[in-house]
Design a protein around this ligand. Sequence first.
Ligand code: S3P
Length: 768
Amino acid sequence: MSELVDEKRVLIVGLGLIGGSLAAALRADKTSGDAEAETATLPGRVNIVACDADPDEVAQGIAMGLIDGGDVRLSHALLDGVSMIVLAVPVMAMRGVLHALAPLLESASPELVITDVGSTKSTMVNDAVAVFGAVPNNMVLGHPIAGSEKSGVAAATANLFERHKVILTPNEHTDPQAIARVMALWQAAGADVLEMDVSHHDQVLARTSHLPHFLAFSLVDTLARQDDRLDIFRYAAGGFRDFTRIAGSDPVMWRDVFMANQEALLDALSDFEAGIARLRQAVEQRDGDAMLVTLGRARHARHYFDSLLNQSSYQAEYTMQQQGRLRYRVSPGGNVQGRIRVPGDKSISHRSIMFGALAEGITQISGFLEGEDSLATLQAFREMGVAIEGPDKGRVSVHGVGLNGLKMPPGPIYVGNSGTAMRLFAGLLAGQRFDSELTGDASLTARPMERVADPLRQMGAVIDTAEGGRPPLTIHGGASLKGIHYDMPMASAQVKSCLLFAGLYAEGETRVREPAPTRDHTERMLNGFGYRVERDGDTCWLEGGGKLTAAPIDVPSDISSATFFLVAAAITPGSDLTLEHVGINPTRIGVITILQAMGADLRLLNERNVGGEPVADLHIRYAPLKGIDIPVDQVPLAIDEFPALFVAAANAEGITRLRGAEELRVKESDRLQAMANGFDVLGIQYRLLDDGIDIVGYDKGHALAECQYGGGRVDSLGDHRIAMSFAVAALRASDDILIDDCANVATSFPGFIELARHVGMHLEQEAE
Ligand code: S3P
């Protein structure tokens, strides 16, 4: 990384914690030399000098081996040969430093670049304008988001910036070379560097850093001035200590920051005061639901934004997952054994929150899938004012607000990776009085939304899609909806459910005809909540204007998640596995029918009905599979299971043929193509068609070979089901399979890795 750091000599003005830690980081950097073993004259080692008004700081820096020399004053001698100046003095001292620096710059090297570490940027711009008339093109303003309650160079550590953000705020005149060099400097210190404009930076920092410091200082001071302060501090533990840790920071520095970023801080404070007033009122009025709305939303937001918006997180606690890209390494061999329970059904989990929120009364949910997508749905309702307790080990309580009780969310609703959430929300939001916007991740942004926007418009909804009928969706509230009779051009439970949601708000009857049966969780749940949905053959309908009454929901395990283990057992001799409490809704069991038709030894035990959905324990033992022509009527009933079924086909005798499955091309990825690409790597033979695939297993009359195909590196294209399918494929590969871009497994199957290992698969995760 730091071969990029090509500075002749770096001058740090203001040694302190930040300047000293930068010096330490550059010293510790392997490619620029080891501070203890080498001297300043060795090639490749950056020469670092410092200027600090405190001679003790300079002496300490030299004694610690962080700097090669320094002075208490800026001078021509100190600037001699310097290619980079890092201004690390407190923000209120910056102008004075620039004044002192200006006359010396005339004789400076033409390559000189100046940067700073100040935590407010508008003041820095003002200072530069005051001294130089404008921000010089070789000045790149920057701000490392790192610190500690300690101050002074003695506290400097080489890893202070590691995995922290450094925000640069160049303008359109800033020299790109200068930006690149400052970037290289921080990257050498282990930081992630990003760019922002000055005012955005100051707003963001006011909210995420300056306001919390302000509050911590103020709270500690308020309590410290009370008569019983000794008692208060004697018994202060966990929460108080966590909350007020930052009140131990440097008062002079924070006074400067509050002065420098006055305007943005006061804006942030006003928002905060409004929030405090709302919560205060809830407490005064003993309004438990209102308190829960705020507390629940906050608790959830903390986890949610950390994990979902990790790219813009300013937190230091990075996990591999939060780094975005994850790779699986799955080694061949073994078989699968035991009794397991996979997480809750994704389709039912989304709907349980949606209907619970729109119902009257409290809906108690158990078995809720705590995956990123269903959590995003939960968060969306919190943002629309619904009080939700949990999730806590799959238990959630939703305090329904009734069909017309949702509030306008404060911003766009982010539904992550979930097509189901976006399409169902579209129907639900089309009936609201307020405007809303639906956004999602990169994969979702490529998926077709016209299939719901078009019929919703026929009902009277006002909806804009982005180019090509893609997300984001903008939904204009206040439209009056009318029921329609819609003949679906594709067999889609999402489209059907979307229209039924809108139908709740429509005048008259909303009828949907499906070309083939699709999952019916929406209809079942509506009936369970006391809302009549009728069906005659291929058409279902409801009448708008009714009401939903809360009812308990027990979410069964997701048959789509169970599928990966069913296929794992079906393709590995010696396997014997039981999957407990799996949903076997007749509109979801295509995978069971298909695997049984291929010869799998798969039995349903202990069949029962749980809260309106049938469940069973699935017992599977290895038996040789044979290729089949998959009946077209099974396609919608196994739509999410095909990637895994393709792996079963590659381990079956003869050819398996799939047709009528063009919908696979518009899932989280083009699943036909994604699997075909992986098959190319592993050496599995196939023939790809627009609406299906032929997959070649082993030759007739032969037995399943120990290794059916090779290993290699495949790309999941960020699609959770592609990732898990290739993980299962590794059981019969001759070599490791590396699977790129697996972080999205967490959208539908949190804990997949642990469970896969538990049953006997050899799966490791690594950062890409
Ligand atoms: C789902 C319906 C299916 C399925 C998706 C979940 C649902 O999509 O692929 O994973 O919960 O309604 P389509 O309805 O678009 O086929």
